[in-house]
Design a protein around this ligand. Sequence first.
Ligand code: NCD
Length: 307
Amino acid sequence: MARSVIDIPDLSIEELDRLMDTAEDIMAHPDRYSERCRGKKLATLFFEPSTRTRLSFEAAMYELGGNVLSVTGAGTSSAAKGESVADTVKTVSCYADIIAMRHPKEGAALVAAQNATIPVINAGDGGHCHPTQTLADLMTIRREKGRLTNMTVGLCGDLKFGRTVHSLIQALSRYEGLSFVLISPEELKVPSYVKNDALKRRNIPYQQSTNLEDVIGDLDILYMTRVQRERFFNEEDYLRLRDSYILTPEKLKGAKQDLCIMHPLPRVNEISVAVDDDPRACYFKQVLYGKFIRMALIIKLLEEGRA
Ligand code: NCD
């Protein structure tokens, strides 16, 4: 089995730090990396909608001098005929050198990794996890704050189905001196497996709140998220909960001057566009860093495969 990245614990804290260092180096010296993946092919298998994740993986591979094969939408591949994930990735292993896969089912990326003969990167599996968004998030925090330690991190919105939240909590829980404020409606709280594995087990302080304004002044990071409509069982609940939190310039009046406002995007209504001009808004920086850190990850996995 090739080395794959399915979830954040697949990477050690040293590896996370080294990936960020490589991404920084790529940003500073892009020409040094422009031939690194010459002759290699990345297959992007996206069975769920995506703009940033797929395009950033593809841009990453092109900027490394490699090529891309792409399946977008379950309806256009043999998945629509009933092919299993296992058979799909065994097939793709014959054509490509590395796979980035997004799938609506939790655990699909793991099944892919167990059946592929090439590295698989999980680009989001249902409401479970999304490790490469976390890499982009960590890099953003490190660049904006100069550290990944000693901070109060607020996560707000759909903490139940938001896979980026689950991976980010897992990653940050490995750094020293953090505390978390989990802001969500009762129905959309962080799943207990994430709280138990990442926070309780390590005795990391956290509080849960339903009110953003009550806690915004304590935060160094505010990570807003979209209510994940596609994971709801009924539309009524979605409509009731979708506008639970809308960040506006007004609400930011009580926030720290050096708050870092993040969002994995896509944004629906959670952050008013009037916030975009605030120097604390970092969500489009996350998009940019996401490409460089994916370049670093592709290089790492392909080189480990060669070793
Ligand atoms: C996220 C996802 O797909 O989980 N998007 C992304 O990859 N940046 C967040 C979301 O869809 O809300």
